[in-house]
Structure formats: C-alpha cells, structure tokens
Design a protein around this ligand. Structure first.
Ligand SMILES: [Zn+2]
Ligand SMILES: [Zn+2]
Ligand SMILES: [Zn+2]
Ligand SMILES: [Zn+2]
Ligand SMILES: [Zn+2]
Ligand SMILES: [Zn+2]
Ligand SMILES: [Zn+2]
Length: 321
C-alpha cells in the first residue's frame, strides 16, 4: 500500500480537471452512435469478466455488459430477453448506476450518490485519470493512498477536487506502466484497485491452474485487455465453477438486499477496514455477535447476518460457509 505524504501545497496544486472530464464524458456520450458501441468502453463484461459481444453503457461508467442471450448477465441487469434485444437493436444502453447516479465505491463496494450537480449529497467521486472511470468514497481512497495525511486528502476529494485513484501505479514499486515494455505492463485486478507490473506480480497470481481438483486456480489472463493483464488478486477467492471470484460484486440501485449483501461481503474481504483503529472504536459484544458494522460512518449500513438466509441467484454462494 502506498505510503506517501501529501502536503497542503501538493493538494492545492493538483489540476482541477474534473469539470473538464465531466464535460468530455458528456461529449463522448453525445457523439456515440450505435456503430461504435463495441469500440469504446471496457473489453470485458463488468458482471462476468468475459469478452465477446458486449454493449457499452452510454453513461459515465465506461463499463460494458453482455446483453446477448448467451450469458446470464441480463438477469443481473434486471432485463428481460426482449428488452435486451431491443436495446441491442435500436436503443442506447444506460446502466442503472448511471441512470440514477448511484455508483459503487471500488474499494468498499457500497453504493453512493455520484450526482455532481448536488455536491452537498454526493458520496462517491470519479477518478480523473483518462482510462479510468472508477468511483470512490473520499474516506476509502484517502485511507488507501495517503494513510499518513488521510483527513486532508479526504477533504480534498469530498470537495470535488480532482484525484487519481490507486490503479495508476504498481502497488509494489510505485512506478507507472510502460505499454511498450512487456515486463512493465500493468496487471490489473478486476475486483479492487490493486495493480502490479508484470515483473512485480506475486508468484501466487498464476497464468495456468496447477494440477489436481484442489490445486490453485488461475488468476491471470494475457489476452483479455489491450496492453494489460487481467488478474484477480489474492484478496478474492476464486470460485472453481466460475473460474472467477463470486459474481455478487456489481450492485445496482433499487436492490437493497443486494446492497447489504455486498456491504457484508466487502467487510469480510477487507479485514483492514473492520479492524481499523482510526475509524472504529472497540465494538460492543452484542454488535459483534450480530455481524454489524459498528463504526459511525453513515455510509456503512451492514445488516445482521441473519438477513442472508441464502445466496442471491447470481452467485455461487459463500465459499467459506
Ligand atoms: Zn457478462
Ligand atoms: Zn453506466
Ligand atoms: Zn468506499
Ligand atoms: Zn483511476
Ligand atoms: Zn512494479
Ligand atoms: Zn483485487
Ligand atoms: Zn465501517
């Protein structure tokens, strides 16, 4: 994790390109016709991480989705086969996150308002980097980028000032990428802002599964993303049948059960958050028993584990249960 110190001057001198980016995104969306739908946006589906016949969201998220009938992804999107067919044939596709301006923080997974026309209630903010459209809570990204001057950076992001998320430098050597030098290509996690150079990849992130039914699973793919390696980092358990981590990571607004499910999942996956001394005081035993979040953040709304009687239909269930 980055251990950098941001000074007030540094924060002040960061360019205010956020407004520019917002305008550029609006411009991009306006200029997009049905002919170049596949050319822009991500090369893999946001839900199943597979390539193929993808439809890009025309909103600001830059994500792509399978709207064809060969994948199960339209179910997660809440579309019928006919609705999906209509979108492919004649409509522009806007995902529910972009439609309702509610996007997930890429660190904790919780939904928050991304409405930058109402800054008093905006909760998640978009990275300013050209190739990046991820959203973050100010607190989450500040904790990860500047643990030593967290509060200052948090205020900076919350004020709508531009920032670059942790996905643009190697988590090991802190250097940027070089697309021309293979060893300096980025390997990018699909589930969290963890990025390695190819040469800095941990040994556990393997390109070929080890032999045997119980052997370590494949975690890296070379030909899914242009000039980049697609990985699932060690923080995420691979579900054997899916060959990916559990597919409960995408949360759309209007689905409160999924939202709390995701929040609980994020809490389990990120022990750093739940044990952080700065943000959490010691929990009362009752709260701990109920598996509730005991911090005072209004962004945290973890429900008791008894709510989750069974996994939701899109997932393969808990691995550790
Ligand atoms: Zn898909
Ligand atoms: Zn979208
Ligand atoms: Zn967050
Ligand atoms: Zn970014
Ligand atoms: Zn590196
Ligand atoms: Zn990861
Ligand atoms: Zn919390």
């Amino acid at each position: 994790m980055a251990r950098k110190k941001a000074t007030v001057e540094q924060l002040r001198t960061l360019n205010k390109v956020r407004e520019f980016k917002r305008r550029r995104n609006m411009h991009k969306a306006a200029g997009a016709g049905p002919g170049n739908k596949v050319a822009k946006g991500e090369n893999v589906c946001a839900i199943c991480d597979d390539g193929g016949n993808l439809t890009c969201c025309e909103g600001c998220c830059q994500r792509s989705f399978h709207l064809d009938n060969e994948h199960n992804c339209i179910k997660t999107l809440g579309l019928t086969i006919q609705e999906a067919k209509n979108i492919i044939e004649k409509e522009d596709f806007i995902c529910k996150n972009c439609q309702y301006k509610q996007h997930q923080c890429f660190i904790c997974g919780s939904l928050g308002s991304s409405d930058d026309t109402d800054t008093s209630s905006q909760q998640v903010f978009q990275c300013e980097h050209d190739d990046c459209a991820r959203f973050y809570h100010p607190k989450c990204v500040a904790q990860m980028l500047y643990p030593d001057s967290q509060e200052l950076f948090e205020l900076h992001v919350a004020a709508g000032e531009s920032f670059t998320c942790p996905m643009h430098e190697c988590i090991v050597c802190k250097e940027v990428d070089n697309k021309k030098d293979k060893s300096m290509q980025f390997a990018v996690c699909r589930r969290c802002p963890t990025v390695y150079h190819r040469k800095c990849l941990p040994r556990d992130i393997i390109f070929k599964p080890k032999k045997g039914r119980r052997g370590p699973m494949r975690r890296a793919w070379k030909n899914m993303l242009p000039d980049r390696i697609l990985i699932f980092c060690m923080k995420h358990e691979i579900v054997r049948e899916l060959q990916t981590p559990a597919r409960n990571h995408i949360v759309f607004p209007e689905s409160n059960v999924l939202k709390t499910f995701q929040a609980l999942y994020a809490q389990r996956e990120a022990p750093d958050h739940s044990s952080s001394k700065q943000t959490h005081s010691s929990p009362p035993p009752a709260a701990r028993d109920q598996n509730q979040c005991y911090c005072s953040s209004p962004l945290c709304s973890f429900a008791p584990s008894s709510v989750f009687m069974r996994p939701h239909p899109g997932s393969s269930g808990w691995l550790d249960d």
